[in-house]
Design a protein around this ligand. Sequence first.
Ligand code: ADP
Ligand code: ADP
Length: 198
Amino acid sequence: KRVIPIGPPGSGKGTQSPIIKDEYCLCHLATGDMLRAAVSAKTPLGVKGKRGNGQAMKKPSCQKGFILDGFPRTVVQAEKLDEMLAYQGIKVDKVLNFAIDDAVLEERITGRWIHPSSGRTYHSKFAPPKIPGVDDVTGEPLIQRKDDTTAVLKSRLEAFHRQTQPVIDYYAQKGVVKTISAEKPPQEVTSEVQKALS
Ligand code: ADP
Ligand code: ADP
């Protein structure tokens, strides 16, 4: 299966992706993380993202499929991705549209805590770790992303509606979009996702 979750920041893509990944033995490519690394290494944005993905998708661990979290973000990127996949004789099987009201996202984003090396995500209110600021599994410290603020969320949301929402229409025309009610509690979102992929 080749799956792309699309939704605004805070809609739960990063929370659900590892679950889908494990269940279907897919490789999980989180481009937000790759691109943030590229920004801090001062590599030109996008370039590294695209190359990174192209290379990563050829890994043996991606043969069963992949879940691509954070890419494509524009219709042009979606066209490029589809071109690249067509070249390998494959295509995107399912686009999960994480539908959620913007008003819900601020609380989600400002309460988000992340375990950087695993990508595990917690929330101070909705999914608190056993010990505040500490990863349940490794005991390592959790971090908050610098851009997880109300002000930055506003511009990330604008960019999402302007550039990324059209990607959903693009894939809807290809008949591969399933809409997920991303406002529900995490387990209910998981079962909707499982239904969409079954
Ligand atoms: P995204 O990857 O789409 O930006 P995340 O998966 O990181 O979103 O989720 C954002 C925050 O909201 C995290 O702190 C996460 O723990 C929390 N969260 C995720 N899914 C839900 C949900 N269904 N209900 C409540 N909180 C959630
Ligand atoms: P996420 O919320 O998915 O983890 P962000 O929205 O924080 O990722 O993205 C990290 C940075 O990389 C932002 O500055 C964003 O604008 C940029 N970025 C992410 N994906 C892409 C992409 N596919 N093309 C161009 N820029 C991107």
